[in-house]
Design a protein around this ligand. Structure first.
Ligand code: PLP
Length: 374
């Protein structure tokens, strides 16, 4: 794949003219084609009422194919959900009674609460120097643990798991691998087949840049024959149009969880975002992010500021935590300068996506100098 024109890609985001936006891990700005895909639904409904229903259903499937392509899945393994919490609750419901869960101490609540709420025994693994080395995870896989639930990238440290290695470990130990990809999808490559992931859930308002309400679920085809999702409705069956109110056989596709009419505009925006990301190439995006990270790290070093994120490439992501005594205050001061960050973990969270550039980082570094080294 040829190297993308990053300046042209940046020009798709009007918000970047006004803000120094280094907060993709919070919520990313929208690109014009993504916003246009969502807005098209409202324009059509305004002009044509419900006459577009069939076209919207066709566009729903086109969006599904685009999302499936982004993660290396087949469309029948992919469903649209409302958010990570929703997807995780569906997976926890589908796996009821299969045994204990191992998860990470640093997880965002959307990863863990669904399992606790469903009554699973959940064991939390403590990090080692903000990392979760494979050997540490393996040692914690006691015979009672049947499900490993982890984020691909941790929101409060930036630590990135090696999904391939986790998949191999889970297969070796007969453990089900459930991944929350919210802090990575769109920025770090995900190939669900290569990694041997059983289930994956994600919100798409962060690195996938599709706005709120855009989210998804992947269920490996081998599971679709076996499980029942805990939610169902008229569109969960193979032919919804029969409107059989006594149907018991739900379709053996992930989209069985799209129980009723869906949130078309969010899904269309997600389809457009998946096409944009695939066009740029997620491998290219990751390389771009690493390049920007290097520039940021060099600048932090010059300023004498400390990144608490594990910086080795093997576990690096788009997130960098910069140590601060009062992160909330620092973030508020940066916002006054038009620099959008977040207070997470041990400091100021900076999260860089392909649309950022060195000029953003120069403004950020000047802001950090002013705020953290007055
Ligand atoms: C790892 C992770 N998962 C999920 C979310 C969001 O959760 P939900 O999609 O349930 O709103 C966040 C942050 O907002 C997060 O950092």
């Amino acid at each position: 794949m040829t190297k993308p024109d990053w300046a042209a890609a940046r020009a798709l985001f009007p918000a970047l003219k006004k803000y120094t936006f280094v907060n993709a891990a919070g919520g990313a700005p929208l690109a014009r084609p993504v916003a246009a895909a969502g807005a098209a639904y409202y324009a059509e409904a305004l002009a044509h009422g419900d006459a577009y229903w069939e076209q919207w259903l066709a566009r729903l499937e086109a969006s599904r194919a685009a999302l499936a392509g982004l993660i290396g899945a087949s469309p029948r393994e992919v469903a649209f959900t409302l958010n990570t919490s929703h997807g995780m609750s569906l997976v926890a419901g589908a796996l009821a009674g299969r045994g204990g869960v191992l998860t990470m101490r640093d997880e965002f609540p959307s990863t863990t609460l669904a399992w606790l709420n469903a009554g699973y025994k959940v064991k939390f693994l403590e990090p080692e120097d903000r990392r979760y080395p494979l050997e540490r995870i393996e040692a914690a896989l006691t015979p009672d643990i049947k499900i490993l639930v982890t984020s691909y990238v941790q929101y409060r440290t930036g630590f990135r798991q090696d999904l391939g290695a986790l998949g191999r470990l889970c297969r070796k130990r007969g453990v089900i691998l459930v991944v929350n990809a919210t802090q990575a999808l769109g920025a770090m490559p995900v190939d669900v087949k290569k990694a041997g992931i059983d289930f994956m859930v994600f919100s798409c308002f962060k690195w996938t840049m599709a706005g709120y309400g855009a989210a998804g679920l992947y269920a490996a085809s081998r599971w679709l024959k076996e499980i029942r999702f805990p939610e169902a409705g008229w569109r969960s069956v193979p032919v919804p149009e029969t409107m059989d109110n006594q149907a018991r056989a739900m379709k053996r596709e992930a989209s069985a969880v799209e129980a009723g009419c869906v949130h078309f505009p969010c899904i269309f925006a997600l389809g457009a975002a998946a096409r944009l990301l695939t066009g740029l190439g997620v491998g290219n995006i990751q390389a771009r992010i690493f390049e920007l990270n290097d520039y940021l790290e060099a600048g932090l070093k010059k300023l004498g500021l400390q990144a608490t994120t594990p910086l080795d490439r093997a576990c690096r992501s788009g997130i960098t935590i910069i140590k601060a005594k009062d992160p909330a205050k620092a973030v508020a001061k940066l916002e006054k300068l038009g620099i959008m960050t977040a207070a997470r973990g041990e400091g100021v969270r900076v999260s860089l996506h392909f649309y950022n550039n060195r000029a953003d980082l120069d403004r950020l570094l000047a802001g950090l100098k002013r705020v953290l080294k007055p």
